[in-house]
Design a protein around this ligand. Structure first.
Ligand code: 2HG
Ligand code: ZN
Length: 458
């Protein structure tokens, strides 16, 4: 350790207590590598403040020393956005775990940024409400993490993204100043939308310490159907039919045959349906009454486009296992950390995008296996590339991101920019747009100390 590091470590220890400044590489290991194992950095210290005042004091100290800081929640991100790739200090928000209040009249939840998503959901459910966001990493992801990445997840089709669930925020700027916008109001039109700006900023503008989340009424009588279809368009038409029949769409997820086969191999699951179709749609619907009858009716009326279907009643239907086990099974299967590309296209382009991508990849990257799945109802697909050689990662990423751009899509639908997409920002935004984002960033964090490599200001 250098003398500057030694002095900052003891300064940080004075603020948060020595037990909450981690320096031993064995202990910090879990904070410097991401879930996929691809993004791996190093740090001299992980600091774990236990209150907003401590976060403020930590950032004030780092600012004084000109030290760069990477904020981190549950470290479940998939784009390297919370990893200290260049030796930054890691500021973990995991000790900010207070659930302050659930308000059943205004339907809000006030909580610390380090509260785990599943715990926030549980707290809301105890009051007959629910968080509007749900995602496979619910048992490790934190509220601060899903807000700062503006996570999408499986309920986005019904409730919108995390930014839409955010009513208020408390955050600390890089120089230690605390900013609070905290009113339990769904209508509050005074000036710029600061919570909306900090949501999705991926820790480049401030460290989020507390959040005020909108809650929703849980779905009544859910039914899950797993439907075998031949084309993506068939899947999307079915989604449209379900909504037109008066059912509320709770989720609409697409899987492919190779993805299902892989999940089955890794989880020892039996075939979910009797036919082998190229695509499977998992649609969860709800309704006030006769939900199952209505669902079966729609499946029947869809005629030959539905090759086979299984229907199961909620809550916690087993059919979801086929979808939620994808990420884990892909990582277990791939000989190298998978290249994970989270993309979206307009709904009318999803079919073309996917059917042209697979042969183009096979022609240009014959050794790479692609598994695609995702939130098809939102036009959002997760393209996972397996067995990619280290030397090929950049080229294959560039290839797929250009392909999605040609289809009018986005290079990042819900996972954010992080390190993974930073070099391709210009594919997703115009030069004027990028410059404006840089100006905002420079105004709020002029020294560029917070998560500097996502939107570099110089
Ligand atoms: C999901 O939808 C997550 O399950 C992870 O966004 C996606 O593993 C992925 O590529
Ligand atoms: Zn997803």
């Amino acid at each position: 350790m250098t003398s500057t590091t030694l002095s900052i470590v003891s300064e940080l220890a004075e603020i948060v207590g020595p037990a909450n400044v981690l320096t031993d590489p064995d202990v910090t290991a879990g904070y410097v590598t991401d879930w996929t194992g691809h993004w791996s950095g190093h740090t001299e210290a992980v600091v774990r403040p236990g209150s907003t005042a401590e976060v403020s004091a930590v950032l004030t100290a780092c600012h004084r020393h000109g030290l760069r800081v990477v904020p981190q929640g549950g470290n479940t991100g998939l784009v390297g956005g919370s990893i200290p790739m260049d030796g930054e200090i890691v500021l973990s928000t995991r000790r900010l775990t207070t659930i302050e209040r659930v308000d059943v009249v205004d339907r809000t939840l006030a909580a610390g940024a380090g509260v785990i998503v599943a715990q926030a959901q549980e707290a809301a459910r105890q009051h007959g409400l629910d968080l509007g966001v749900d995602l496979a990493s619910r048992d490790s992801a934190t509220l601060g993490g899903i807000v700062s990445t503006n996570a999408g997840g499986i309920r986005m089709i019904k409730n919108g993204n995390t930014r839409r669930q955010l009513l208020g925020i408390e955050a600390v700027l890089s120089d230690g100043r605390v900013v609070t916008r905290w009113k339990e109001l769904v209508k509050d039109n005074v000036g710029y939308d600061l919570p909306g700006l900090l949501a999705g900023a991926e820790g480049t503008l401030a460290v989020i310490t507390r959040v005020l989340m909108r809650l929703v009424i849980p779905a009544p009588r859910t039914q899950v159907s797993l439907v075998a279809v031949t084309t993506v368009s068939d899947a999307l038409q079915l989604v449209d039919r379900l909504e037109r029949a008066g059912l509320t769409l709770e989720a609409a997820e697409l899987m492919t045959r190779p993805g299902i086969d892989l999940v089955r191999r890794h989880h020892d699951l039996r075939a979910p349906l009797d036919v082998d179709s190229p695509f499977l749609l998992l649609a969860e619907v709800s309704g006030q009454r006769d939900t199952q009858a209505l669902l079966l009716d729609v499946l029947e009326q869809a005629g030959e486009s539905v090759l086979d279907a299984a229907v199961e009643e909620g809550p916690a239907p087993k059919l979801w296992r086929y979808r939620e086990s994808h990420t884990e099974s892909i990582s277990a299967e791939s000989s190298t950390p998978p290249v994970k590309l989270d993309l979206s296209t307009p709904l009318r382009e999803v079919e073309q995008f996917l059917t042209t991508l697979t042969p183009a990849l096979a022609e240009n990257f014959p050794d790479v296996r692609a598994i695609c799945f995702g939130h098809v109802g939102d036009g959002n697909l997760h393209v996972n590339l397996l067995d990619v050689k280290e030397t090929e990662r950049e080229r294959v990423t560039d290839f797929v991101l250009r392909h999605v751009t040609q289809h009018g899509g986005s290079i990042s639908a819900e996972h954010g920019v992080g390190r993974a997409k930073a070099p391709w920002l210009a594919l997703g935004r115009s030069p004027e747009d990028i410059n404006l984002m840089k100006s905002i960033r420079a105004a709020i964090d002029p020294a560029g100390l917070l998560n500097p490599h996502i939107l570099p200001i110089r």
